[in-house]
Write a protein that binds this ligand. Structure first.
Ligand code: PLP
Length: 448
């Protein structure tokens, strides 16, 4: 006869914030494999912590958005938002599946070119495009989205020097429901600044105004925001056609679609609240139906979605280093990954599960990282089953922004692995080391 495994008795204090409508019940299942590949084996080979990306999910999310867009618009094009995750392998997957590149700096522009993206397939955003960057972009035929008047004047000078009359877009900002205005970027629509910019650009005669761009914000869960954005851009394009006789060949609705993550302030989980790609694109199409097209010629619709395409494809595997009891009664799990590698923990209540089978009663826990800083908290309250030193946890939906915004602070950054659709795995970024850290340093002669 096998005896049931001993579970020590635990007294658990009820904490209101940890209840859900079924009281304390939680359906927590371990995640042991990604697309058939064992996470424990990957960690044994590449160390802990470890980022793991699923190529299958990258491809399926990209296809889902591409198809939802193509269903609504006769001409559409996705452009992969480099800043969200510019690991070569991740960009290569999106480019292979037909995405262009959306970049916001010269470094990103150069990275896209190095990966073989043709200049005409690059959308160049951002408030800081120095002269050399504009020169490169115009020379390569990239789509430059002008951000402010000084940039407009600089672009005219660069175009004159190169003897070109490049096509450019105006970045526009506006207020819409459901997200705070991102008024720092581009020309404001409501106060007439965008119209002034268009008039000035056309009068200058050095650049051709052929596109409009807007990025209303990020993690926008209200599809109504996109309906309003699209309608306002359509009406602005109509005005430009009537007043300045210019036709918009491209309308770029930016990114900002929510992934299935859950914000800290959210009650229901993201899986229940995040709209589908079809719902987003339906709202966009409805708003853009206000566009008057001369002779039926439709503009190409660009989308620069970032987090919604890559978040679900990324997993962070981390090892429990120790468990301890805090004075307030919570159990703390000390992990080998902290906010240094998971900065999105500041925004999201990341979904986290054990990477091996478990038993026992979940209890109020806090997940903390290895940094000797009080802010190093990945989840500050959750009900978590008993796990001990050496066991693995997996954070889900971590593919966006972490491997670009992570920081090298007192620890080497972890390796990143890609799992292919046929179950192969390969390192796509090596673990850093002391050597990586000191390779950029130098001792001056008097200290050598
Ligand atoms: C201009 C622009 N396009 C696209 C994106 C991608 O945004 P998201 O990851 O929210 O889709 C960003 C991110 O802030 C952006 O600034």
């Amino acid at each position: 006869m096998t005896l049931p495994r001993y579970e020590r008795p635990t007294l658990i204090k009820h904490v209101a914030g940890m209840m859900n409508k079924y009281a304390r019940v939680q359906a927590l299942r371990p995640l042991t494999h990604v697309d058939g590949v064992s996470l424990a084996e990957l960690v044994a080979r590449h160390g802990s912590p470890l980022f793991v990306f699923s190529e299958r999910t990258l491809v399926s999310r990209q296809h889902e958005l591409r198809d939802a867009l193509a269903l609504r618009f006769p001409r559409s094009q996705l452009a992969w938002s480099y800043k969200t995750n510019y690991l070569d392998a991740v960009c290569r997957v999106f480019h292979r599946e037909g995405s262009w590149a959306e970049v916001v700096s010269e470094l990103e522009f150069d990275k896209a070119r190095r990966l073989g993206v043709p200049g005409e397939h690059i959308l160049f955003n951002g408030p800081y495009k120095p002269e050399a960057a504009l020169e490169k972009a115009f020379g390569a035929g990239a789509h430059v989205h002008l951000d402010h008047f000084d940039e407009l004047l600089l672009a005219e000078r660069v175009a004159a020097r190169l003897g070109l009359r490049p096509k450019v877009s105006l970045r526009v900002n506006m207020s819409v429901v459901g997200t705070p205005p991102w008024s720092r970027f581009g020309f404001n629509l409501e106060n007439g600044q965008a119209l002034d910019a268009a008039r000035r650009l056309v009068a200058g005669g050095r650049l051709q105004l052929t596109g409009l761009h807007c990025h209303i914000g990020t993690f926008v869960q209200d599809v109504e925001a996109y309906r309003q954005e699209a309608r306002k851009l359509a009406e602005f394009a109509n005005l430009l056609r009537r007043e300045l006789s210019v036709r918009m060949e491209t309308i770029d609705l930016g990114g900002g679609l929510a992934s299935r993550n859950t914000l800290h302030a959210q009650y229901l989980p993201g899986e229940q609240t995040t709209p589908s790609f079809a719902q987003y694109t339906e709202a966009m199409a409805d708003g853009l139906s206000a566009l008057e097209t001369a002779g039926g010629e439709q503009p190409t619709i660009f989308l620069e979605s970032g987090r919604a395409l890559v978040d679900e494809a990324g997993f962070l595997v981390t090892t429990v280093h120790a468990t301890k009891r805090l004075p307030d009664g919570r159990r703390a799990l000390v992990l080998d990954a902290g906010v240094n590698v998971l900065p999105t923990a500041a925004w999201y209540r990341h979904d986290v599960v054990p990477a091996q089978d478990f038993a026992g009663t979940p209890e109020p826990s806090v997940l903390v990282g290895p940094l000797c800083m009080a802010i190093d908290v990945l989840r500050d309250q959750l009900l978590f089953p008993p796990v001990g030193p050496g066991e693995l946890l997996v954070f889900k939906n971590v593919g966006a922004y972490n491997v670009t915004q992570w920081m090298q602070f007192i620890a080497a950054r972890p390796a990143v692995v890609l799992v292919s659709r046929s179950g192969e795995s390969a390192v796509i970024r090596r673990r850093e080391s002391l050597e990586t850290l000191v390779s950029q340093e130098a001792l001056p002669p008097w200290l050598s």
